[in-house]
Design a protein around this ligand. Structure first.
Ligand code: XMP
Length: 318
């Protein structure tokens, strides 16, 4: 019978046998899968697991520092790499969604390759791949495999991709990954975290990306997610976030006419992201979030709620 405890025990033994005294590099994303994969490997090989957590400048507000601290608290051998400027430079002037994804994928690979080179004698690349990723191996959403493919076509294979691959979660579904994490004592807020796309806020800022837009969206998103947590709704929602629209609209503030940004809020129910329904959030809740956003976030004067389901809409707007 499959239980999380027996899975952990067997996987840790298998990893020890497979890896021995070798060194392993793993990219942490802040998400559940890479974090659980790291915990398993850490149990098996300790300091020989070298984790790299890249800040692409497109994460949620305070996410990089908070999650990095959390990883350190878990005892992981982790290096935080703030490459925000490199990503934002590469994105400057791009407004096509697929071009933005490609630029982010390319810079990620460059940054990760630079970091992996600094680890002497590394033999293995670990990944938090789960079973659904295996089935969808050529991901239509531009996930890691699609990114790597397009890179491969452009230039040579980066050195870290010539490493041997270890994927301890390859046979598990998401709920099983969460149970494995829980059985190893992973903190609840890390385990219950909503999915977040690799390209981050870049695909929630419609059109071109500037540091100012990122800062505005981080504030809006923080208000929305903060209120979801406060009201106990966060765990009832599969994924939520805010979208910065490339639209200004007229408003009034005191005696002044304003002409500022509009944001959309999105919250969906889903099991795997393939289909999704918008969540019927209470009006009082939406009212509070809208007031807080407009009062607290400079540059935003209008909030709308996305009531589209997937299909035919997608979860992300880009
Ligand atoms: P869509 O927008 O396709 O999203 O309905 C389905 C799920 O996939 C996530 N998503 C991505 N994840 N890279 C990722 O790592 C991407 O380019 C990407 N695009 C969408 C999205 O957040 C949702 O959970």
């Amino acid at each position: 019978d499959w239980t999380p405890d027996s899975f952990v025990e067997e996987t840790v033994d298998a990893l020890k046998a497979q890896i021995g005294e070798d060194k392993v590099v793993l990219g942490l994303s802040g998400g559940v899968d890479s974090s659980v994969a790291a915990m398993l490997l850490h149990k098996a090989i300790g300091k020989n697991l070298y984790c790299i957590f890249v800040n692409n400048g497109l994460l949620r507000k305070n996410e990089f520092t908070d999650v990095l601290e959390q990883y350190k608290g878990m005892g992981l051998n982790v290096k935080g790499v703030d490459a925000s400027a490199r990503f934002l430079d590469a994105l400057a002037g791009l407004s096509d969604p697929e071009q933005k994804r490609k630029a982010i994928g390319r810079v990620f690979i460059e940054v990760f390759d630079d970091e992996a080179h600094q680890i002497q004698g590394v033999n293995w690349l670990a990944q938090g791949t789960i079973y659904p990723d295996v089935i969808e191996s050529v991901s239509a959403t531009g996930g890691p495999s699609a990114t790597i493919k397009s890179h491969h076509n452009v230039g040579g294979l980066p050195d870290f991709m010539k490493l041997k691959i270890v994927e301890p979660l390859k046979a598990l579904f998401k709920d099983e990954v969460r149970r494995v994490g829980a059985s190893m004592g992973m903190e609840k807020d890390l385990l219950g975290r909503h999915p977040f796309p690799g390209p981050g806020l870049a695909i929630r800022i419609l059109g071109d990306i500037t540091p100012e837009k990122v800062a505005i969206l981080q504030e809006v998103d923080a208000v929305f997610i903060g209120e979801l947590k406060k009201s106990g709704l966060y765990d009832k929602v599969w994924q939520a976030g805010a979208i910065l629209l490339p639209v200004n609209s007229v408003g009034v503030m005191g005696d002044e006419r304003t002409y500022e940004k509009c944001v959309a809020l999105r919250a969906v129910e889903s099991t795997d992201g393939m289909t999704a329904d918008w969540v019927n959030l209470p009006y009082e809740f939406l009212q509070k979030v809208s007031n807080n956003i407009i009062n607290k976030v400079k540059g935003v004067n209008r909030v709308v709620y996305d009531i589209s389901s997937k299909p035919p809409a997608t979860i992300e707007w880009e």
